[in-house]
Design a protein around this ligand. Structure first.
Ligand code: NAP
Length: 535
């Protein structure tokens, strides 16, 4: 399910391994989030060379990225190119929204029901639904009354939207809001940013890529790939060796400056303890607040833009292009809605407890129901008709993010329990998909018809995920990492914070140990004479 980055890669790999694989995509276009998030300024905050597939040397050499950080249109072009180049479309059905998936315990197969009643069935079901793909919308009083246009950043309309001479309100200051603000500000008559939580950001240092840079990377691309696979984040950066407070103020200032101007997210790894130790984190946060502040002229606005509710990196920071400078323009305002909350939408704009903002457009850049949102949207029913929603009522539980007990022959890419949003998803996706392809090939060769995560393995993995996060500062903030982004969502840390390199080793170990943690059955459990696990 899903023809985004993960679905395309899964189709390619499974087909190559000789499987009959079919992709069902709800939209009328492939590309996943890069198809839906078409807002002005949308771009990836991972470098182009690393935000690309590594499975084909030819593809790697042929494709030429134009900028250090790729824009949404360029990534979407790339994904379409991949689909054409490898003839993937013949096995992708678009306009096919899966509403239900039911596991048949006798035949060990999945039956899928689409939105229009069509059915499909398969031995295995691979969920490639994205980690940040179920958009979340506020529900303010009077929202329906607003006579201007309301747009959700993650469901951006395909038609041209002309902001010339318009008054635009942007709600949300995560990556999406921060990326679109400076771009829309150049066109609109007035932009008002409604900020609930100020966010940390590092400037993108974006630039066109030169032929020399392109040649240099392509001359030894594999070395760069290996670096990403062996790094904690999939970004190729290794953490510095010394701890933050072990060095002199001058040395630290110099190292921070260097990382700040060049590394984007890599800033977090200037020292190995920035996300682990609160004093180290405070020093890094202070540095960033100072740098962010230097970019804003008005002292009052500057103060409001400084993140104070959390430490750097404990929520997803942003890599921005001109966000703070946008507030130096005469046509950009900041509405601090923590201090003066939004009371209601009116026919002509938004009223906060302080004043009324007349608007022609309101943009909801309000984020996603992260990690589990898309997985729990369809009704996925496993053994005994128990749904994934029921199973995960207290929070997701998986073995290495790959599957969950009670849902045989179901595999998940990029889901909770894997490095997912804490990594370059290109790298973690490829690791998972390659591993799954080997797993499925092994099952085919061994005559296995049913595979299922064991209860012991998933309990142990959840303990491990919790232990690893307790070594970090991630639980000191409310974020979409730990269910803090949706009211009523279980407040558990969902991604695996042990790093891509370690995760890769654990995957390899699991395969070497005959897929320990998974029950492999040649006869489905339900049809075995004595219903007991035969792993
Ligand atoms: P986000 O980081 O979750 O930010 C959502 C923003 O909306 C937050 O500022 C949040 O405030 C605010 N918000 C949510 N509900 C609100 C409400 N009812 N009223 C007012 N404000 C509200 O979402 P995002 O910016 O779309 O980014 C999500 C993730 O997508 C990123 O962190 C990143 O992983 C990915 N992304 C990546 C790229 C890229 O370059 N690769 C680009 C865009 C997005 P609170 O913090 O107070 O909740």
């Amino acid at each position: 399910m899903g023809a985004g980055i993960a679905g395309l890669r899964t189709l390619y790999s499974l087909r190559k391994a000789g499987f009959d694989a079919q992709v069902l995509e709800a939209s009328d276009e492939i590309g996943g989030v890069w198809n839906h998030n078409r807002y002005p300024g949308a771009r990836c905050d991972v470098e182009s060379f690393d935000y690309s597939y590594s499975f084909s040397k030819e593809l790697e050499q042929e494709w030429v990225w134009s900028e250090r950080y790729p824009t949404q249109p360029e990534i979407l072009r790339y994904l379409n190119h991949v689909a054409d180049r490898f003839d993937l479309r013949r096995d992708i059905t678009i306009n096919a929204r899966v509403e239900a998936a039911d596991y048949n315990e006798e035949s060990a197969t999945w039956t899928l029901t689409l939105h229009d009643g069509r059915k499909a069935s398969s031995r295995y079901l691979v969920l490639c639904l994205g980690q940040l793909s179920a958009p979340k919308m506020p529900n303010y009083p009077g929202q329906d009354r607003f006579k201007g246009e309301t747009i959700v950043s993650a469901m951006w309309p395909r038609r041209e939207i002309d902001f010339t001479g318009k008054r635009v309100g942007i709600i949300g200051t995560g990556s999406s809001g921060m990326q679109m603000t400076p771009v829309i500000a150049q066109i609109a008559e007035r932009v008002t940013v409604f900020q609930r939580t100020a966010n940390f950001s590092v400037p993108a240092a974006n630039a066109p890529l030169t032929e020399e840079e392109d040649r240099a990377v392509k001359a030894d691309y594999e070395a760069r790939r290996e670096m990403t696979r062996n790094s904690p984040t999939g970004l190729g950066f290794q953490p510095g060796k010394k701890k933050t407070l072990e060095v002199s103020d001058e040395e630290r200032e110099e190292a921070f400056e260097k990382a700040y101007h060049r590394l984007g997210f890599g800033f977090a790894l200037t020292y190995p303890d920035i996300l682990l130790d609160k004093d180290a984190n405070r020093v890094a946060s202070d540095f960033l607040r100072r740098k962010m502040g230097e970019r804003v002229e008005d002292p009052e606005v500057r103060e409001k833009l400084m993140p104070v509710t959390h430490g750097f990196g404990t929520r997803r920071p942003t890599v921005d292009s001109g966000y703070f400078e946008a507030f130096n323009r005469d046509n950009v305002d900041l509405a601090d809605i923590r201090e003066h909350p939004i009371e209601a939408f009116t026919e002509t704009g938004i009223r906060t407890s302080q004043k009324h903002y007349p608007l022609d457009f309101v943009i909801f850049a309000t984020g996603f129901d992260a990690l589990t949102g898309a997985l729990l949207k369809p009704r996925i029913a496993g053994r005994g008709g128990v749904t994934l929603k029921e199973k995960w009522a207290a929070g997701p539980i998986t073995n290495m993010g790959l599957g969950t007990a009670g849902f045989p022959n179901l595999l998940i890419v990029g889901g909770p329990g894997s490095p997912t949003v804490l990594s370059n998803v290109m790298v973690s996706t490829e690791l998972q998909v390659d591993w799954m392809t080997e797993l499925l090939s092994h099952l085919r060769d061994a005559g296995v018809r049913e595979i299922e995560v064991t209860r012991e393995a998933e309990a142990a993995w959840n303990r491990h995920v919790a232990e690893r996060v307790n070594e970090t500062l991630y639980m000191t903030a409310q974020s979409f990492y730990n269910g803090g982004e949706v009211e009523g969502k279980p407040k558990v840390f969902m991604p695996y914070s042990g790093g891509v390199r370690h995760y890769r080793r654990l995957l390899e170990q699991c395969a070497a140990d005959d897929y320990v943690g998974f029950a492999l059955r040649s006869t489905p459990l339900a049809t075995q004479p004595e219903t007991q696990d035969a792993d």
